[in-house]
Design a protein. Structure first.
Length: 367
């Protein structure tokens, strides 16, 4: 007698068969659950940035995904990461901070709003060590975690540590390790609703093609596998229309003016830009509220006449103010509520419904 012919399986039967084989739930009914959907976001510290990350909503760093924050020198990568860590703690998320630069101290984290008693600080000995540690923590901990890697560019592979100083002897080793590591970690990170935030350096793209040098002036270490793994890539550079450093009344540098571009976004917003100030003097972090005026200046509800502005309320009444008094005006709850409403309309909703000129949403708004 021949082998018994298999009967026709329903979609539910096939789903159960696959999950039984995998030992965990990997097959899903998308009408009931979408394992790839981001349902939670960690605020970045900049409401303007949070407004451009995901189409149609206020967002942040996506939970369950891998995100890159890359930047030039003195653009505030670590400062922004510290604010993300503080906001994650407020959400009940455990923070693991891998430091390859030996540049983080408790005072810095505290001034950024972090509870240093509950941050797990780890010295990043090698790329392999970071990836293996994340894998082990994901497999032994049911808590949601935020892994911050500061930074990928300066973390060596084991072969780099044990070898000589000839760069040709370990060419592409780190990229191959990262490719294997991310293929193992991406799904566990998503399933555990954890978050992997990778800090990286922007480097000049050395190319023989003049057109490529103009269209792609920067690149980041890590190889193509990391580029594919990132759901969000946030690039920080200096403002080009003015000096990038912020100084105090005596001329001492206390911060940077930063231009932000979404180099990659799986949330429908790739190419969008914003800008803000990051302080690293006595005060630390993104100067969030100061950037709001620039974010809404093009709105019909903000009328400028010389040094004076008028904010138009929903009932048609107006309120006069000067830019120098902006933060003072935001102490008024009615004024602040209206400003945030206009931000949502201009930055989130108009982009979502494709109102106005597309260039307005992608070009940097320099003063």
């Amino acid at each position: 007698m021949g082998a018994k012919k298999a009967g026709r399986l329903s979609i539910d039967d096939m789903r159960n068969l696959i999950n039984k084989k995998a030992g965990v739930q990997v097959a899903h009914n998308l009408n009931k659950e979408n394992p790839t959907e981001v349902t939670d976001w960690i605020p970045t510290g900049s409401r303007w940035l949070d407004s451009i990350i995901c189409r149609g909503r206020l967002a942040g760093i996506p939970v369950g995904k891998v995100t890159e924050i890359a930047g030039l020198e003195a653009t505030g990568k670590s400062y922004m990461a510290a604010q993300v860590a503080a906001n994650a703690q407020k959400m009940g998320i455990d923070v693991v901070y891998f430091d390859s630069e030996s540049a983080i101290d408790p005072t810095f984290l505290e001034r950024a709003g972090c509870d240093v008693n509950t941050i797990l600080y780890v010295q990043a000995q090698s790329v392999e060590f970071v990836l293996e540690t994340i894998e082990e923590l994901l497999g032994s901990n049911e808590n949601r975690m935020l892994f911050i890697w500061d930074s990928l560019a300066l973390t060596p592979a084991i072969s780099d540590v044990e070898g000589d100083f000839n760069p040709l002897s370990s060419m592409a080793v780190k990229a191959r390790i990262l490719a294997k590591g991310m293929s193992k970690l991406t799904v566990p990170i998503a399933n555990s609703q954890s978050t992997f935030l990778v800090l990286n350096q922007l480097k000049s793209n050395i190319t023989r093609s003049p057109s490529e040098a103009l269209t792609t002036p920067y690149m980041t270490p890590g190889g193509k596998a990391m580029i594919y793994a990132y759901s969000l890539r946030v690039w920080l550079t200096g403002r080009k229309a003015k000096a990038s450093f912020i100084t105090d009344e005596k001329g001492f540098r206390i911060g940077s003016e930063v231009k932000v571009k979404l180099e990659k976004s799986r949330f429908g917003t790739q190419g969008r830009q914003c800008n803000f100030k990051i302080l690293w003097g006595d005060e630390i972090g993104v100067q969030d509220e100061e950037s709001w005026l620039e974010a809404i200046k093009s709105s019909d509800n903000v009328i400028q006449s010389g040094a004076w502005y008028q904010l138009v309320h929903e009932d048609g009444t107006t309120e006069k103010f000067q830019a120098a008094k902006w933060k003072e005006k935001l102490q008024n709850e009615k004024f602040k509520t209206r400003v945030l409403q206009i931000m949502d309309e201009e930055i989130v909703m108009k982009f979502d419904t494709r109102q106005g000129n597309a260039e307005d949403f992608y070009e940097e708004k320099d003063e």
